[in-house]
Design a protein around this ligand. Structure first.
Ligand SMILES: NC(=O)c1ccc[n+]([C@@H]2O[C@H](COP(=O)([O-])OP(=O)(O)OC[C@H]3O[C@@H](n4cnc5c(N)ncnc54)[C@H](OP(=O)(O)O)[C@@H]3O)[C@@H](O)[C@H]2O)c1
Length: 335
């Protein structure tokens, strides 16, 4: 306990903090106090954090005025590490436990040596699951999971009806989890990615893979001629008119990159009683689902593919790489 108290009161820890100047944000490394966990929160010594496109989109001000709630802001939502201290009311964790947490859009804080996480969005990390393998899961894994289970109704134990699924940008953070989870659900998976990643996406289990830069890839045309019952849409700029002819009679596109046109098409399809649907989706993080994914990794049924790792001192390079949107798997920062 004495060690924990000493640490909490320590003011000098090198952390990375994104300083925001109005809506002209500029990131820089700064020293800040180690945060103190409040009611139902834990203090985590970060061993790995993973970047998501939402992090830089928030920095660019795309999510204003909702997020972030206050400035300056330490970005990044996904962390894995070790519990250092628990706040009042925490029941399931103690100092020394290995965990993975989703920090939440309101708070962030993952691009630092220490982060405060809610107990309700933290799960235990078994020793078989490395910090990076776990840190990739919260945003990207939960998004893939929610799209396939809640929105597509696919049973990931494979007990449901076999359906045809298209996954766009299958080589990226969300897509690479979505392919693996869809195969656990015994679906037929068509995937799109760039030419350099075709073998990689096949190795994840995709039944057929399209290069998105070819005419057939741009048209999302299944090589075997299947019509898609569900599309997990993980990239941008594909119009409804391209999706529509590729869908089965009741086919549904789950759009995780919704734009104004997504909402307009969604509304128009409702008004015209269209059986084919385009549905916007925003991830809603749930602890039980994160636990499910961590256990899949432990059992060897799901893997996190590492695009790259950067030290915290070079977090800006990780950030630039994330902004280029060409990751194969996930990008990590490690203190
Ligand atoms: N709604 C939500 O709650 C939610 C949650 C998570 C993510 N998202 C969004 O989902 C999107 C994907 O996230 P992510 O983390 O998976 O991104 P990511 O890891 O940055 O995706 C990069 C991958 O996408 C591939 N790609 C890019 N354009 C493509 C295209 N037109 N067709 C096929 N593949 C393409 C790239 O391949 P090449 O390098 O070969 O081009 C690269 O391998 C982002 O816009 C993100 O903001 C939304």
């Amino acid at each position: 306990m004495q060690q924990i108290a000493t640490l909490s009161s320590e003011k000098a820890s090198y952390q990375l903090k994104m300083m925001w100047q109005g809506w002209d944000p500029q990131g820089k490394h700064v020293e800040v106090p180690i945060p103190i966990p409040k009611q139902n929160e834990i203090l985590v010594k970060v061993e790995a954090s993973s970047l998501n496109q939402v992090d830089w989109k928030m920095q660019k001000g795309y999510m204003r005025p909702l997020y972030p709630r206050k400035f300056p802001h330490i970005p990044v939502l996904d962390v894995a590490g070790e519990v250092i201290e628990i706040g009042p009311g925490v029941k399931n964790f103690k100092a020394g436990d290995k965990v993975v947490s989703y920090l939440g859009l309101q708070v962030g804080g993952g691009l630092a040596e220490y982060a405060v996480a809610k107990e309700s969005l933290t799960v235990a990390r078994p020793q078989e699951v490395s910090a990076a393998d776990a840190a990739g899961l919260p945003v990207a894994g939960l998004t893939a999971h929610q799209a396939l289970t809640d929105f597509a109704g696919i049973k990931l134990d494979g007990s449901g009806k076999r359906v045809n699924v298209l996954i766009t940008a299958a080589s990226g953070g969300v897509g690479h989890y979505a392919v693996q989870l869809a195969k656990l659900g015994n679906t037929h998976v068509t995937a799109t990615c760039g030419a350099r990643n075709i073998d990689f996406v096949k190795s994840l289990g995709a039944d057929e893979v399209l290069d998105y830069k070819t005419p057939d890839g741009a048209a999302l045309k299944s090589p075997s001629g299947v019509k898609y019952d569900f599309v997990v849409h993980c990239t941008t700029d594909i119009p409804w008119s391209t999706f529509k002819p590729t869908l089965s009679a009741n086919g549904k596109v789950i759009d995780i990159t919704p734009s104004t046109s997504t909402f307009m098409t969604f509304g128009a399809n409702l008004l015209t009683f269209s059986k084919k649907q385009l549905v916007p989706m925003i991830v809603s993080a749930k602890r039980e689902n994160l636990n499910f994914l961590v256990n899949l990794v432990k059992e060897g049924k799901l893997k996190t593919v590492i695009d790259s790792k950067y030290p915290l001192s070079k977090a800006e390079d990780a950030w630039d790489s994330c902004m280029r949107c060409h990751a194969t798997g996930k990008i990590f920062v490690e203190p």
